[in-house]
Design a protein around this ligand. Sequence first.
Ligand code: BGC
Length: 735
Amino acid sequence: MFKRYPTFKVVVTALLFMQQLSVHAQSTTETKINNLIKKMTLQEKIGMIHANSSFTSGGVKRLGIPELVMSDGPHGVRVEYGRGWTVLQDADDSGTYLPTGNTLAATWNPKLGYAYGSVLGSEAKYRGKDIILGPGINIIRTPLNGRNFEYFSEDPYLISKMAVGYIKGVQDQGISACVKHFAANNQEINRDVINVEMSERALRELYLPGFKAAVQKGQVNSIMGSYNKFRGSFATHNAYLMNDILKGEWGFKGVVISDWGSVHSTIQAIENGTDLEMGTDLRLMYNTVSQTTATTNNVTKKSYYDQFFLADSAIAMVKDGTVKESLIDDKVRRILRLMYKTNMISGKRTPGIYNGKAHQQVALRVAEEGIVLLKNSNNILPIGKERVKTIAVIGENAVRENAMGGGSSQVKAKYEITPLQGIKTLIGSNANISFAQGYKIARGQGPDQALIEEAVKNASKADVAILVCGWTHGYDYNKWDDNAYDAEAVDKPNMDMPFGQNELIKAVLKANPNTIIVLMGGGPMDISAWENDAKGIIQAWYPGMEGGNALAKIIFGEVNPSGKLPYTFPKKLADVPAEKFGEYPGINGNVEYKEGIFVGYRYYDTYKVEPQFPFGFGLSYTKFEVKNAKVNSAGNKKYVSVNIKNSGKLAGAEVLQLYVHKMDTKITRAEKELKSFTKVFLKPGETKMITFALDDSAFQYYDEAGKKWAIEAGQYKIMIGNSSQNILQSLLLSR
Ligand code: BGC
């Protein structure tokens, strides 16, 4: 009989053969690596494990080993610094500026994570980079963290899904991703010195899963050790984090790169898992490291790079027998492995693309799917383009560019569409558009009455006002910007809207109730002063080079919003568990995460603290009906299915979120935990059946006493909703 499909046996044999081939390829690469290492002098090996310029580490020319070239990340290939610390003026470095990490996470669409990573990988390749320093995936523990805009979420499951997509996207381009900052780097205040203490359970359940997924599911080639200390020792050379967990339990075979200047000791870096030391020259330059290393090794006149902890002093330690050379070999082996995997030594790289139209489309799509509609009373949105003749756009953030803001994540964008430009492009000559600045961006600046009056005048004459407010990044890459609220090395002082924005918003809402408030920035603000009076509120984050276009399309209904908050927006700062339990930003250099596992919605939902907007929340212009939740079991695996229908008149997408709750638990557990989600795209009237597969990981908790993951036997409530607080279907099942 003619067989159209191969038999099961043929498929299995083919798979086994392919697996053998890959094992063989791996072992021949390992042999090649070992042979190379045998040929290297100690000096040559050491040259490979520390920086030899701002973003490169040494190669070995005579053996055909190139330098390793890195670039930030995480939402574009960074403006070009060459080998120093001054931006090069004549570089070809105006590239794609993607929406920031929190915007990507708000899409809840791992496929976009992949597309995003592909853009970065391709552009990094074009720019001659081997590693892109991203994604940044630290848990959002407090809304005040200055780097939340780069990060993804308060939830480890959402982080894992988005990070794996991103990493695969980068690495399928033949470039390495570098997931950062490992671990417990959840604040910027005192980041260089702060010691983080937390329970083992919080570590395992919240702070590590994203990294574990990056290593085991994403197969990430490198990981960055963070600045902070963890349980008394610096994270970058922390024996527990690096040796026991990362390289031991998780079997990580790639490269641990230090954050820039996060190494503090030669012996610890050698023994405790740091493979490549970067950025110590910054500390030497700023003289924050004592010159003892330099003088004891008598290298005062040598370059900063020889004074690195993994440079001359490491050579000395191997020579005098303090450490074994095999430890150095292991670091070199990891770097060579990364080089082979990304065709740096043998093989050929495909060409990268810079600034392609397709890349800009990814930036647009992420912004369209990531911008979140938070409030839409009386269906004030979308605004019918034909219905309005005058539009008042107000607010400095409507004209401010953000690509170069925020610290190391700065990008020189080929172009950046601001909200005002996006609105003008979309509206064309259909309506008159006025602009008023509204507020002055200057730290400490209160309400500017003249600007408010101008804004009120414009708003009262307009059919609709669009008021663009929120946080700000820094602006200028070569000098410190005092207006950097969302930025590296600083946290926000509080959640209050700066620059007199509350007063402005109140006055404009009074002058014209048809006002849409757009909030930009890395996270929530205290909006209690005017929230009740506003009919339309949009969270626009830092939406990248196409952000203004995406925002305009959402406001005027060309795009149906589908973004969902990747972290809870609390009503006020005092509600945040890190604040409430009293340990942020720490006491005498120590911060204890006393809230344990109760971070984000795990806290708000368990302790019944009402947030301003819950985790997973975001509105659409259409309606969805979710029905018929059912469960099927296959051994320990559970398959939960539901039907979702678009019962409105517009095509749209809903994110179905599956939360798990343990009934009658004997241990302390959160009210609910996200264990699966899927973004469903539906035409009007269309219905789809969605099935969620739940394995052991959906039911486990970390048992500290037993030092292992465990499952409580009994009943579990499965809840499916479109936010952590809007549960649409639930059912019980037993495990
Ligand atoms: C940041 C890292 C960044 C590195 C290199 C550090 O200050 O914390 O995220 O990759 O600088 O620019």
